[in-house]
Design a protein around this ligand. Structure first.
Ligand SMILES: *Cc1c(COP(=O)(O)O)cnc(C)c1O
Length: 374
């Protein structure tokens, strides 16, 4: 089976893990600090603007807790969003407000968000679909004008750029994912970005039990080192040095991964562009991390038929992200959602295999099997 997503891990990662074993310190330590430092350099901010955490979903939970989003508050998200985002909003007792997306980019626009703003709107959480950046200028302006916090779910756009600025660092908060299905993988890991360093300091403490000082050996010896205080009853949402050691190796390779994905993206474009019964993804002046390659059709039968045809030929495809307003649990919560673009694209879009582990032959096979479908 040709997988849709796949990590690329090698002996470099294994060797880095071996070194951590030998150091006798596998918990959060120097590797994690170095990983945060290098990530911050890579995305153009200070280490004081970021922290690693267990996963991207936890990052969103932490941010919404910190913002004290709660009952009576509304948070706007595209219905085409990752389930963990909706769950984080519901867990706070706040209302999820779904907005529509553009039919070609599957991204939210300032128009879509504006339609849903009320005096109760506290935050917007957007995603850069498949790595393609949203039109951020107008969205940032709209959120500022309405005093709404802007949170970027940057899980699938780790090194994308809008107007030369890294996505995830454009809004007030951003979250990244390095889980097993992403471009840079570390097993499980996430990154939180806060524009405001005081916010970051507070969230960083909350990610480690709310502890306000170091502990044990990291305390100065003129103090009784077993004493401590907390600023908040925080959870324990930190990553260990095994994870960070893998992440550091992946960081060295990630530009190569993205270049390879770009090559395959272009191969698909060239191989499919003349087919009148489908549309290839829109192009952009902005830098994408090429997380997904999606094609679109006139109707649902063609999409479903092609997906089945490809699966019979050992090629796995999918649609991301199944609209949350169609998920049973979210339906029960209620709300009348008029999301015509979302419903159209959810029926007529298909994501093809795209990862750096593919071979030219495999990409050509996918193209050929699509071409001979009709
Ligand atoms: C994978 C993903 C997440 C969740 O990331 P985790 O690290 O697995 O919690 C969130 N949003 C999007 C768009 C994703 O693709």
């Amino acid at each position: 089976m040709i997988n849709i997503f796949q990590p690329t891990l090698g002996k470099e990662e294994l060797k880095a893990v071996e070194e951590v074993f030998e150091s006798n310190w596998i918990g959060k330590g120097p590797k994690t600090e170095e990983f945060e430092k290098q990530l911050s350099e890579r995305i153009g901010c200070s280490p004081d603007n970021v922290t690693t955490t267990t996963c991207c979903t936890e990052g969103i939970f932490q941010i919404l807790d910190y913002l004290e989003i709660g009952e009576g508050d509304e948070v706007i998200i595209p219905s085409i969003s990752f389930i963990g985002i909706g769950n984080a909003i519901l867990s706070r007792g706040a209302k999820v407000v779904f907005c529509d997306v553009d039919t070609r980019t599957l991204n939210v626009t300032s128009y879509d968000i504006n339609e849903k703003i009320t005096p109760r709107t506290k935050a917007v959480i957007l995603i850069h679909y498949g790595g393609l950046p949203c039109e951020m200028d107008s969205i940032v302006r709209l959120c500022e004008q309405n005093n709404i916090k802007l949170i970027e779910d940057n899980a699938c756009s780790p090194f994308s750029e809008f107007n030369k600025q890294n996505t995830g660092t454009i809004g007030d908060f951003g979250v990244w994912s390095f889980d097993a299905m992403k471009i840079l993988v570390a097993g499980d890991c996430g990154l939180i970005y806060c524009k405001n360093k005081d916010d970051m300091k507070a969230i960083k403490e909350r990610c480690y039990l709310g502890l306000t000082s170091g502990s044990g050996m990291s305390n100065p010896i003129d103090k009784k080192w077993w004493e401590f205080d907390v600023s908040y009853p925080g959870r324990r949402s930190i990553v260990n040095d095994i994870t960070s050691a893998i992440g550091l190796e992946q960081l060295k390779k990630v530009d190569g991964f993205i270049n390879k994905r770009y090559e395959y993206h272009e191969m698909y474009n060239q191989g499919l562009i003349d087919l009148e019964w489908l549309q290839t993804p829109p192009s952009s002046f902005n830098k994408s991390s090429y997380y997904m390659y999606w094609i679109q059709f006139e109707d649902e039968e063609t999409r479903n038929g092609l997906a089945k045809h490809l699966k019979e030929n050992e090629i796995y495809t999918t649609f991301r992200y199944y609209p949350l307003h169609w998920v049973e649990h979210y339906k029960e919560i209620g709300g009348e959602w008029e999301l015509p673009n979302t419903e159209l694209v959810a029926k007529t879009t298909l994501c093809l295999p795209l990862h750096q582990g593919l071979t030219n032959d495999e990409v050509n096979k996918v193209i050929e099997k699509i071409r001979n479908f009709k």
